[in-house]
Design a binder for this molecule. Structure first.
Ligand SMILES: *Cc1c(COP(=O)(O)O)cnc(C)c1O
Length: 367
């Protein structure tokens, strides 16, 4: 099965991890700080705080911003559930902003008046046009799990030009990987300090006091990344540009070669800036048949995503089908095609042939 996404690991990545294994510190050593510094250099943010995964990074961001009980956190229904769950982690209530079909991102001109926090998800790696926000809630967090390496007219995603914090995931299908991993970037030194405390049990040390004394000042977690993972992340980050270029080249091939089919191609950026191309989401009628057919043909297509409000956990809050019709309509037709730097030329050619066949077979049947 050709997967829709997977990691790209080279010998130098392996050597970077082995070097840490041979050293003294395998967690919270120098590799973490080096990886964080590389993330700052790559995104243009003043601070980066590594986390054990992207979900922990979101939890940290929402907690550091002081979101909690009585607050309303809004996000897009068309995302991985962690983008919404981070509100539940801290006792906030959740709301959703329906998508713009042209971008598949939430509509930035429809942020409700009563929103305290916005989690703006750069779906598939296409940045949300945050300069178009109709209002700016107290807290703006970018969920850039799909979008490391993407750029906006205001610079790299992660520079927080229009937000307080940006979160990343380094799961194997994401733009770079550390196995599991995540990070938060911010330009606010105080938020960075709170994120570091939250990551490590709420511990505070007095720099003037003895090194063996610490105080736990608030509830924190163990959300630390290991040095093994950080070394892998730093090595991966040196290849980010090449990875994103490869993804964009594959997307251009899809756009060119699938143009004649009865499908809607993945959204293209509208202004200047580079798409991250984490996913290549097409929309097609008879999606379930096309998807089953493609999987029978060895093409590992996926659905991103079942809208968050239609999961049982959120239905229990009262959400139902019909609440966000644009996201629901898209989700009924969406299909993510394989796209990742280690996808080989002949595999891509094979995908193109099989999609043509599967779409033709499905539309012949529906006539
Ligand atoms: C992957 C992902 C996350 C969560 O990241 P993990 O590292 O898997 O915890 C959050 N938001 C979005 C949009 C994602 O795709």
């Amino acid at each position: 099965m050709i997967p829709y996404g997977r990691q790209s690991i080279d010998e130098d990545d392996i050597e970077a991890v082995v070097a840490v294994l041979r050293g003294d510190m395998i967690t919270q050593g120098p590799a973490i700080e080096e990886f964080e510094a590389s993330l700052c250099a790559s995104t243009g943010a003043a601070h980066a705080v590594a986390f054990s995964n992207g979900t922990a990074a979101l939890h940290g961001a929402v907690a550091a911003a002081g979101i909690g009980t009585g607050d309303l956190l809004v996000t897009t229904p068309l995302t991985f559930v962690a983008s919404a769950n981070c509100g539940k982690f801290v006792g906030a209530s959740t709301g959703f902003v329906d998508i713009e079909p042209e971008t598949l991102n939430l509509n930035p001109t429809r942020i409700p008046r009563n929103a305290d926090a916005l989690v703006a998800v750069h779906f598939a790696g296409l940045p949300v046009e945050l300069e178009r926000l109709n209002r700016r809630p107290r807290v703006v967090i970018e969920d850039a799990a799909h979008a490391l390496g993407a750029t906006t007219p205001d610079g790299p995603v992660g520079n927080c030009a229009h937000s307080d914090m940006t979160t990343f995931s380094f799961h194997p299908v994401k733009p770079i990987t550390t196995g599991e991993g995540g990070a938060v970037t911010t330009n606010d030194a105080e938020l960075a300090e709170r994120l570091r405390r939250f990551r490590s049990h709420g511990v505070m040390r007095d720099p003037a006091g003895p090194a063996w004394i610490y105080d736990v000042v608030e509830l924190g977690y163990n959300y630390r990344l290991t040095d093994l993972q950080a070394a892998l992340g730093r090595s991966q980050l040196t290849k980010l540009d090449r990875f994103i270029d490869a993804r964009n080249a594959q997307a251009a091939t899809y756009a060119d070669r699938l143009a004649g089919l009865d499908i809607e191609l993945a959204p293209e950026p509208r202004g200047s800036g580079r798409h991250g191309r984490h996913l290549y989401p097409i929309r097609v009628g008879g999606r379930d048949r096309v998807a089953a057919d493609l999987r029978d043909r060895g093409i590992g297509v996926q659905l991103h995503y079942v809208p968050v409000h239609l999961h049982s956990l959120y239905r229990a809050d009262g959400w139902k089908r019909g609440d966000f019709p644009l996201a629901e309509h898209a989700a009924d037709r969406l299909l993510s095609l394989p796209i990742h730097p280690s996808l080989k030329h002949d595999e891509l050619e094979n995908v193109l042939v099989e999609i043509g066949a599967a779409v033709a077979a499905t539309s012949a049947e529906s006539r």
